[in-house]
Design a protein around this ligand. Structure first.
Ligand code: GAR
Length: 192
């Protein structure tokens, strides 16, 4: 069995896509734990509904958070950590010990970095009148959105798109891409 831990700060529709794929046996994996930094994250509700353990990390200090998370994670068997809409920086302890991937809603390196997340990304893409946007899955290192890219999916931006319609398109493509990438990890087609 392939063991996942998912980090999520918000709605958790990406977490839900992973849960659904596991339920449908499209992904032979188990989510051991869902971690959030946000007590109001709907992702936590989704995890509880699906009987997945959760952990809320309250520490605001970067170094202390890294140590706390490292201690919590050491109790689990983990093959891969997935950042699915997690907005906090990951610390060196975790980066050293685990393979961690992040999904980002743009064609990195465009529209990445601190403050560039979720709807902010789509608003910036619309504002710049880009012809294309998309989603990127990459390894996580100690710089926001700078780790090695694993996979990218392009979507077209039409003149009729709003940040919201673009977000819907990107998120749909992003979820398919993530499940495909996770399957490639499970089948050892991607080296961590
Ligand atoms: C996803 O589109 C993900 O790419 C993005 O947040 C959304 C989470 O949605 N992540 C970032 O912007 C990270 N920089 P969800 O909470 O519904 O899964």
């Amino acid at each position: 069995m392939y063991h996942l831990v998912v980090f999520a700060s918000g709605n958790g529709s990406t977490l839900q896509a992973i849960i659904d794929s596991i339920t449908k046996h499209e992904l032979e994996a188990k989510i051991e734990l869902v971690i959030s930094d946000n007590p109001n994250a709907y992702a936590l509700e989704r995890a509880k509904t699906n009987h997945i353990e959760t952990y809320l990390i309250k520490n605001k200090d970067f170094t202390k958070r890294d140590i706390e998370l490292s201690n919590v994670l050491s109790r689990y068997t983990i093959d891969l950590i997935v950042l699915a809409g997690y907005l906090k920086m990951i610390g060196p302890n975790l980066i050293e010990k685990y393979t961690i991937i992040n999904t980002h809603p743009s064609l990195l390196p465009k529209y990445g970095g601190k403050g560039m997340h979720g709807m902010h990304v789509h608003e910036a893409v619309i504002q710049a009148q880009e012809k294309y946007s998309g989603a990127t899955i990459h390894f996580v290192n100690q710089e926001y959105d700078k780790g090695t890219i694993i996979s990218q999916t392009k979507v077209e931006v039409t003149p009729y798109d709003t940040a919201e319609s673009l977000s819907n398109k990107v998120q749909a493509a992003e979820k398919l891409q993530l499940i495909e990438v996770l399957n490639r990890f499970i089948h050892h087609e991607i080296k961590s």
